[in-house]
Write a protein that binds this ligand. Sequence first.
Ligand SMILES: NC(=O)c1ccc[n+]([C@@H]2O[C@H](COP(=O)([O-])OP(=O)(O)OC[C@H]3O[C@@H](n4cnc5c(N)ncnc54)[C@H](OP(=O)(O)O)[C@@H]3O)[C@@H](O)[C@H]2O)c1
Length: 421
Amino acid sequence: MKIAILGVGTVGTSVINILKKNRHMIAARAGEHIEPVIGVVKDLKKPRECDIELTDDIDSVIDRDDIDVYVELMGGIEEPYEIISKILDKKKAVVTANKALLAYHRYALQEKAGDTSFGYEASVGGGIPIIKALREGLSANKIEKIVGILNGTSNYILTNMMQSGIKFEEALKQAQDLGYAEADPTFDIEGYDAAHKLLILASIAYGVHGNPEDILIKGIEKISSEDIFFAKEFDYEIKLLAIAKKTDNKAELRVHPALVSKEKMISKVDGVMNAISIYGDALGESMYYGAGAGGDATASSVIADLVDIARENKNPMLGYKELSEIQKIELLPTSSIRTKYYLRVKVEDKVGVLAKITNLMSDNKLSIDTFLQKPRNKNENHTTLFFITHTSLEADVKRVMSLLEKEDFVDGRPFMIRIED
Ligand SMILES: NC(=O)c1ccc[n+]([C@@H]2O[C@H](COP(=O)([O-])OP(=O)(O)OC[C@H]3O[C@@H](n4cnc5c(N)ncnc54)[C@H](OP(=O)(O)O)[C@@H]3O)[C@@H](O)[C@H]2O)c1
C-alpha cells in the first residue's frame, strides 16, 4: 500500500520512521507493506530526520494515480479541508491527526468520504486508541458521560501548580522551557484544543453537531494560588476537564477547569498525560490513559488507521450507519448547565458582609454547602471567602457573580470553578 505524507513535521517524521523501523511486523499485521513514497512540505531546505522523497508541490501528489492513502499531518483548518476534499473526490483513503479540521468539518467530511476510508484516531488523545474504543468497543452502550483530560500542556501546568505551589505564570514558563507548551500557548491553556477533541468524541457518542463556538470553553489562566489553597484544604485536584453528557435528551458539552474529588480516578492523572473516562449504561465506567501528544505516540495512532485500511476494515467514520434517531440530539444551552460550583470572593473584612453575601445567594437560588474564610494577613483589610454550592443552575451562579461584583464591599471580580464529583 503506497502512502503520501502531507506534512513531514513532528508527527509525519515519526510516521515515516516507525513504518521503517517496524516494517515487517506492521506488514504481517496489515497483510501488506505500507510504503511512504512521497512527503509534502512547505520548505524543502529544512533539515529532516527521516528518509523520504520530498516535494512542495501538493497538487502533483494529489494527481498521482499510484497513491492509495493520503496522510494529512499539516495542521490548519480550511487549507487541509480543501485538500482532503479533492482527495476524497478521487475516492482515495485519508488519515489525519487534525482535530481542528474535524471540530469544524467532520460531518461534511463524513459525507464526502461515503464508503471511502477516513481514519482520525490520532486526532483525540494522541496515542490512546480512544476513537476505536468509543466507536467500536463500546457500540453496545448508551453513553451517559465522557470526562476527559485531553490537553497535556494544561494538565502539566495544573499538576505543577498543585504539587510545587507555584503560580500559573511560572508553571507555564517551565512548561515552555521543557517543550510541553508552545511559544503561543493560547490554544492549549484556554481550552480550545480540548474542545476540538471533545466535539469529535461527542459526535461518536451522541451524533451531536456543533462547532467550538457553540459550547462552553474556559481555560486555566485565571486559576490562582488561593484556588490551589482551597483545593488542597478540601481534598480536590484541579483539572482542565472536557465533559460531554446527555441531559434531558440534549447533549451538554463543556471544557473548563474543575475541582475534582481525589477519589476519582481521573484526579490522579498528572503531568502531560491524557485520560478519558467513559460511562456506558452496560459497561459502567472505563478509563483510557496514555500519552496524548508527541511524535511517536501520535504516529502510533496514525499507523493503526493505516493498518485498518490495509485490512479493508470498514467502520462508519463517526460510528453510525443510520443517523435518523441520534440526529435529534441538540446541544444544551450553556446557561442550562447544572452542577456544583466553587466561588471565590475577595471582600472587605467587616461586620455584616458575610450575611449580605449569603442573603444575595439565597435570593438567587444558590444554596451553600461549604464555606471557608482564608486567614487574613496582618495589615490587610480584605479577606477571601470561599463557597461551595449545592447543585445549581449556571445562569443563577453567573447572576450572583455579577451582582456581587457591583457591591462596594467586594474587591475585584468574584471567580468561579465548576465541580465534578
Ligand atoms: N505534535 C503532536 O504531538 C500532535 C498530536 C496530535 C495531533 N497532532 C496534529 O497533527 C498535525 C501535525 O502536527 P505536527 O506537530 O507534526 O506539526 P508540524 O511539526 O508543524 O508539521 C507540519 C508539517 O506540515 C508541513 N506543512 C504545513 N503547511 C503546509 C502546506 N501548506 N503545504 C505543504 N506542507 C505544509 C510543514 O512543512 P515544513 O516542515 O516545511 O514547515 C511541516 O512539515 C496537526 O494537525 C496537529 O494538530 C499533533
